[in-house]
Write a new protein. Sequence first.
Length: 358
Amino acid sequence: MALIEIEGVSKTYPPTRRGGEPVHAVDDVTLHVEAGEIVGVVGYSGAGKSTLVRLVNALEPATSGTIRVDGTDVTTLSERQLQGVRRGIGMIFQQFNLFHSRTVYGNVAYPLAVAGVPQAERHARIERLLDFVGLSEKAHQHPEQLSGGQKQRVAIARALATDPAILLADEATSALDPETTADVVALLRRVNAELGVTILVITHEMEVVKSLADRVVVMERGRVVEAGSTFDVFAQPSHPATQRFVRTLVDDVPDARAVAHLRERHDGRLITVSFRDESVSQSRVFAELVRRDVEFELVFGGIEDVQGRAFGHLTLELRGEDAAVEDAVRRIGELVTVTDVPEAEARVAVAGSTGEVA
Ligand code: ADP
């Protein structure tokens, strides 16, 4: 049994204005999250990610389908019973949502007071949590005295106060700069590894997914359009929405504008070689070129490391005897995926200069 089981869940909101259409915010989503996993839910604004999170937390009822959290069907519980379930689920948000009138200590104390944890026990737990997130020194400061990263660490300590099995992170790093984001991601990894908390991260930042998630689910218009291990989704994205997300981080095949630029400087044959399978080494591919006296130059692309495995797309310019180049490309195509870079089109070059690439 998975810790979170979302089965055929939909959420439809009534039209926001008279005569409008109902909004299918979440549309027949099935998603299982195993205990101990970190799952990333990716999608553009309006894809239904936040709604999905609110359904898991039972802050809103689903229109149809079932959601089980640790075996309990949250779609059928009373408000009173839901409070118990919610205690097992921590949440953090983009805007931190701290209590500004309370100190750091007071923020972390709040959920413990609500849960009725005895005073004596509370203090030790707060100290331990503040130590865990590295903010013991800041216990008596107020949120406005803290940086964004520190505020999010307070929010994480508060979310963990009642020892939840699950942490829901809704765009938790989207208001932070890249360096602070990396710190918060590192902390979330520790929350998972050291405290065994299962994490569902909602984000539109592929860097966060890449460095945090074991698995990725891509949503578009309320539906899950792609799901897989983080490595597979990055190395071979199949849905156009996923491809657009992955391209924010990985240069794969040069687009029309890049081709136009490359063609200005390189008149040899251009191919893109995609490495996805570590059983085929780069040197094996390059050896096929060397063996046939084909000269090559790397002109575009790069290699990424995801979950300790490498993949990437390298665009090469090849020069040599036509027959030798042809033979080398054919042989390399038996080892890895080879794509010919198309000729630059005059139309593209013109459009490129005006910023309009088809
Ligand atoms: P995301 O988190 O991916 O940006 P949301 O879950 O916030 O997406 O929204 C999904 C869709 O549902 C959007 O079209 C949004 O306008 C709509 N929506 C979200 N909440 C409500 C609501 N309370 N009432 C009506 N429509 C809503």
